[in-house]
Design a binder for this molecule. Structure first.
Ligand SMILES: Cc1cc2nc3c(=O)[nH]c(=O)nc-3n(C[C@H](O)[C@H](O)[C@H](O)COP(=O)(O)OP(=O)(O)OC[C@H]3O[C@@H](n4cnc5c(N)ncnc54)[C@H](O)[C@@H]3O)c2cc1C
Length: 327
């Protein structure tokens, strides 16, 4: 057990259908920088057994060690035994920082862990950094309906806990690493009284938080029928369709396409914004986009402040022309 040091930075890495979810790797990528800046070791924590190739991917993504808790209670992914196991690990090894992906499971499970450890939890961070003087974790997230960004510190209680949504942070480039065993901890937690009878995947289209190319529509698209043009351009570019919240509220687009504070965070290589004003709540979800092209009739639209390429004009005719040019 001497491989595990106290005061480390831990990233809980969630597994679904035997695959590591990308958000854990994204947190490891940022965790590596945070760990280096604050001189802490970086550990990936998984609950339940994962294959050796997944252990290697965690090392390749920056983890100095992989802690794998195994036991009968962890054979099904249920909040209570998972939380109990992480609480027991945290009590034993006293991490200084604990990061969790804000997936539906993470959102339900992380508060249980924080409450049991009597520490705080900053949910849905869009930025994580280290305060130079104190070495404390700076946890930044939108506040007051997204009208301002708040940076929160957990000054006294430990661990400092934060969640970040999938897609907010970039995936790290895997490094070349030697194959190393995880540190296996036996979990003696109680079996859950809840039984998982069946898991059913919900058909919700492409996961825009993982899309490399997104063509997104806002209210400026006008009529619902014009969304066919957005879909056509996305298809031509091999990308997905995104939208603003009003289009979801109007029933033009499914929630799975909504980008922003109350939708998905995206980090595509290319984002084309069609008739989107650029409200703060929408911009909260596009901070990870590498190249942004905005099309808007209003040259003063706030979206242009974050755009690399600006097209002042009617998005319907610009879309038609772009599709024609790609034919
Ligand atoms: C608590 C809270 C959470 C929210 N969460 C989200 C969220 O997650 N995601 C989100 O998107 N919003 C969210 N909102 C709503 C947000 O405040 C904005 O209202 C919304 O983003 C605006 O969407 P829009 O850009 O499509 O529409 P508008 O703001 O109405 O903008 C339409 C734009 O289209 C332009 N335009 C008009 N005609 C054309 C044309 N023919 N060609 C090109 N451009 C044209 C206009 O100049 C304008 O800039 C939230 C709001 C609150 C209060």
């Amino acid at each position: 057990m001497e491989r595990i040091k106290k005061g480390a930075l831990w990233v809980f890495c969630e597994v679904q259908a035997n695959e590591l979810l990308p958000v854990g790797l994204q947190l490891l990528g940022r965790g590596k920088t945070l760990a280096e800046e604050s001189n802490r070791p970086l550990y990936a924590v998984v609950l339940g057994k994962i294959p050796q190739e997944s252990v290697k991917l965690l090392h390749a993504s920056g983890a100095d060690e992989v802690i794998m808790s195994v036991g009968a209670a962890l054979e099904e992914k249920l909040e209570k035994p998972y939380a109990d196991s992480l609480i027991a690990l945290a009590k034993q090894f006293e991490p200084d920082i604990l990061l969790v992906g804000a997936t539906p499971f993470g959102r339900a499970f992380a508060p249980r862990v924080a409450a049991a450890l009597q520490t705080g939890l900053t949910a849905d961070c869009t930025e994580l950094s280290i305060e130079e003087e104190s070495g404390l974790l700076l946890q930044t997230r939108p506040a007051f309906g997204g009208n301002m960004m708040a940076t929160i510190r957990t000054a006294t209680s430990r661990p400092q806990m934060a969640t970040a949504r999938p897609g907010v942070l970039p995936l790290p480039e895997p490094m070349e690493v030697e194959d190393r065993d995880p540190v296996i901890i036996e979990d003696n937690g109680e079996l859950s009284v809840v039984k998982l009878l069946k898991e059913t995947a919900i058909e919700r289209g492409a996961d825009i938080s993982q899309s490399k190319i997104i063509v997104a529509a806002g209210r400026g698209i006008g009529q619902k029928k014009n969304l066919k043009l957005v879909q056509a351009l996305a298809d031509k570019l091999g990308g997905a369709v995104g939208s603003t919240r009003p289009l979801v509220d109007m029933g033009f687009c499914p929630y799975s396409s909504q980008i922003g504070q109350t939708g998905y965070s995206v980090a595509p290589d290319l984002l084309i914004c069609c008739g989107i004003s650029g409200a703060v709540q929408h911009l909260a979800g596009i901070g990870g986009a590498k190249t942004v092209i905005a099309i808007n009739t209003d040259p003063k639209a706030p979206i242009f402040a974050v755009a690399d390429y600006k097209i002042v004009g009617d998005c319907v005719s610009v879309l038609e022309n772009l599709i024609k040019a790609l034919d």
